[in-house]
Write a protein that binds this ligand. Structure first.
Ligand code: 39S
Ligand code: MET
Ligand code: ZN
Length: 747
């Protein structure tokens, strides 16, 4: 352990300041750029990133990815499902086939990376899987950086986390556990470490974030085993094991007893980790002092104090971010529209690198603490009216009349058929719609012209739904750039970026708004769209709102007060919107909470408190609705088991939920806990371009009628249609309506 780490970051954005990677990859997919052209763009982005990081003592590499870093590991070790391998494509196209599927084959499943809004691809493994180091990406990128004169530290998802994130392949026997393959995988990681060492690598970083969640004794034993073996290799680089998004818990003593040279601690998510730092006294402690997943400037004096406490235990200190900077925008300096008092509180990836460098110079280089001055995070201004209103909130505000009474009132008002058909809200965001928004930004059209185009689009979508024969219509959300950003742009307390893009998955990015102070709604946000849509049709049109939990989950949020309080502020703004929609004659209002499951704390012990405030905020948003207003909610991204009681607790009249891929299992789960209100299990998987046939949808609906009485059952897609094209959506919705009519006739 003769080589220190010094100052570093655990990872860095890779899409480029103007989403160059997105554009290049999408051009490659559409045949407008060849492989060599794509490679050039990628190499340029990597070189740029290394230059931006070159002030650090230890510069990470292999943090670049054409799509996803978990997929990269799968391909590196040849974990390629037969259906993708058998396409006979070249390496790059096989990689993209795994990521996106092709006309013939389905992609790997995609799911959330821990509690973030980043998505990774889920590797598929089975008893037949043979790991083989067939790729050389980490070695090649190390050499590429070296040729630019920059010595780097390759970063890889570690073997145990890789297997814990993998799922058994479709033909694996029941009960097969991916972790049973650890031996073979560790052998290949060992070979990789030796290859890296031979190439001159001094440090590697192996990410094991799976261990900041609750783990079984067997899983902890697997961690111990893997790092015992890797650390005992005779000729290898030094190993940094990185964990982030929380505390290592029981994994910390395991890592402490291993012979790895360095361990990272996320001291932002888990400041209490400092209490156990003495366990690591014979290692380098890579202290995550600068927050990697939020946008606030670091209080560098406080960070320096924490750093000093680590040095006091005798451990060797390195200074770092709490996690990869993948989750924040690249550069604050390119933003021109931020209010100075907000800007002065912010730091994006580049600025965070600078914070780490300065902390390193003071804590490790012995320079004067003057370097840290003028960097306090600043505080949020208060809006006393908002606070006073929140102080008056009572449990009654979160409680509607009992469901049976509401159900009667809604039935006499809405007169819907059994097995009513509806959609989740968005219709395809066509090129023309996005172009109109771009034209508005550049001034090519004015506000009135834009408004007119959107009203025409709403009318088109309403006519289409009428013609298809859906029962409850939507306006289609054409005016929304994003279901969270749209609302944030209409609420006081949020700031917005022009280029603050963050990768969500593959080439898809989001620009999370920044919630910097108390929040209020200066004017109605959605009412005129709902009103316009309803004026066009006698059928009921659903109003469409995004719920408080999701608005916070997909924004950067203030950290100076409990999230529960911030959520209630959002809820009050939405409550007013619900009232305004009702006053405009809207009889059904949907409040989407797709992120309810996503932000579930990684550790069981924190979950109840989270679910309590999350459910409470939703109920505050919707609790003012009249009994005869039907409140819907929508949840997606599967794995609802952990939050099933919370779903019931939302007390929505109708819950539409992703289910097409899990064959309706969610219905039995809901029935088992006594959920007795309306439910719409998704019967059309909108994540795939496939058009489901009438028989298939009717089959799913018939299955659903076994768990839920047909009067409480709805027929709808899994999620919004914004990412799909009309060529698929139209026939799919027609089949959905035919199937519902058929099943109505059979029960
Ligand atoms: N915030 C958020 N998180 C979410 C989801 C979500 O819907 N929102 N859904 C889940 C899946 N994640 C997703 C994340 C992004 C996208 C997505 O499609 N993003 C778009 C950008 C969406 C957007 O902001 N659109 C803007 C800006 C569009 C744009 O790029 N405009 C062009 C010009 C117009 C054009 O040619 O398209 C430009 O600026 O250069 C708009 O419509 O106004 C993309 O990467 O392409 C989809 C799903 C989970 N997390
Ligand atoms: C990710 S959930 C999406 C819900 C939203 N109403 C839509 O249809 O797009
Ligand atoms: Zn959804």
């Amino acid at each position: 352990m003769n080589v220190p780490i010094g100052s570093t970051v655990l990872g860095y954005p890779r899409i480029g300041g103007r989403r160059e990677l997105k554009r290049a990859v999408e051009r490659y997919w559409s045949g407008r750029l060849d492989e060599a052209g794509l490679y050039d763009v990628a190499a340029g982005l990597r070189a740029q990133a290394w230059r931006e990081l070159s002030g650090l003592d230890s510069v990470p590499s292999n943090t670049f990815s054409y799509y996803d870093q978990v997929l990269d590991i799968a391909v590196l070790f040849d974990v390629i499902p037969a259906r993708h391998r058998d396409l006979g494509l070249n390496a790059l196209d096989t990689y993209f086939a795994m990521a996106r599927g092709t006309d013939e084959v389905t992609p790997l499943e995609m799911t959330k990376w821990f509690d973030t809004n980043y998505h990774y691809l889920v590797p598929e493994v089975g008893p037949e899987t043979r790991f083989a180091l067939t790729g050389d990406k980490p070695v090649a990128e190390y050499r590429e950086a070296a040729s630019l004169g920059i010595k780097t530290r390759p970063v890889l998802v570690g073997p145990v986390t890789f297997l814990l994130l993998a799922k058994p392949s479709a033909d694996a026997p029941a009960g097969f556990a991916p972790l049973s393959l650890l031996d073979g995988l560790v052998e290949q990681y060992a070979e990789l470490l030796e290859t890296l060492r031979a190439a001159g690598v001094e440090w590697v970083q192996l990410d094991e974030p799976a261990f900041v969640a609750d783990r079984t004794p067997d899983e902890l034993a697997a961690l111990q085993d893997a790092y015992y073996r890797l650390a005992n290799l005779s000729d290898r680089p030094n190993i940094l094991v990185a964990g982030y998004f929380g505390d290592w818990g029981e994994a910390l003593p395991v890592l402490a007893e291993s012979s790895v040279e360095a361990v990272s601690l996320d001291l932002v998510a888990a400041p209490e980790a400092i209490e156990r730092v003495a366990l690591l006294r014979d290692k380098i402690v890579v202290a995550g002092l600068v927050e990697g997943r939020n946008v606030w400037r670091t209080d560098l004096h406080r960070a320096a104090e924490l750093g000093a406490r680590i040095t006091d235990t005798g451990a060797a200190l390195a200074v770092s971010t709490s996690c990869s900077l993948l989750h924040v925008p690249l550069d604050l300096d390119v933003e021109t529209d931020l209010a100075p008092e907000v800007r002065s509180r912010l730091a994006f990836a580049k600025q965070k690198v600078d914070e780490v460098v300065r902390l390193g110079r003071v804590l490790l280089g012995g320079e004067s603490a003057d370097l840290l001055s003028g960097t306090a995070a600043g505080t949020a201004p208060r809006d006393e009216a908002v606070r006073a209103r929140l102080a008056e909130v009572t449990p009654e505000h979160r409680t509607r009349v009992p469901y049976p009474d509401r159900a009667d009132a809604q039935e006499s008002r809405l007169r819907l058929p059994a097995l009513a058909t509806t959609t989740i809200g968005s219709f395809p965001q066509t090129g023309a719609v996005r172009q109109a928004r771009a034209d508005l930004r550049t001034g090519a059209i004015d506000e009135a012209g834009y408004e007119q185009r959107m009203r025409e689009e709403v009318e088109r979508v309403i006519r289409l739904q009428e013609e298809i024969g859906l029962d409850v219509l939507v306006h289609g959300e054409p005016e929304r750039n994003d279901m969270v950003q749209y609302f944030a742009e209409r609420l006081d307390g949020f700031a917005h970026t022009e280029l603050g893009w963050v990768q969500s998955y593959g080439s898809r990015c989001v620009r999370p708004p920044i919630l910097h102070s108390d929040l209020s709604r200066p004017a109605p946000m959605t009412v005129r769209w709902a009103e316009h849509a309803q004026s066009l049709t006698p059928k009921p049109v659903k109003g469409m709102l995004t719920g408080p939990v999701t608005i916070l989950a997909w924004s950067f949020v203030r950290t100076d007060q409990p999230l529960a309080d911030t959520a209630d502020q959002v809820a009050l703004a939405l409550r007013d919107e619900v009232a305004d929609l009702e006053a405009a004659g809207i009889g059904i209002i949907q409040v989407d909470e797709p992120a309810l499951r996503e932000t579930l704390p990684l550790r069981e012990r924190d979950r109840k408190a989270y679910l309590d405030w999350a459910v409470g905020a939703f109920r505050l948003a919707t609790g003012g609705a009249a009994p005869w207003t039907q409140v819907h909610t929508h949840l997606c991204y599967s794995e609802f088991g952990d939050v099933i009681h919370a779903i019931d607790g939302l007390d929505a009249d109708v819950t539409t939920i992703e289910a097409a891929r899990s064959r309706m299992e969610i219905l039995a789960d809901l029935a088992a806990i006594g959920y007795a209100r309306g439910v719409g299990p998704g019967v059309y998987d909108i994540h795939s371009p496939r058009v489901p046939g009438t028989d298939e949808v009717a089959g799913l609906l018939t299955e659903a009628t076994k768990a839920v009485p047909v009067t409480r059952l709805w027929a709808n897609p899994d999620c919004g249609l914004k990412t799909r094209g009309y060529a698929e959506v139209e026939p799919a919705l027609r089949n959905l309506v035919s199937a519902a009519i058929r099943v109505r006739g059979q029960v």
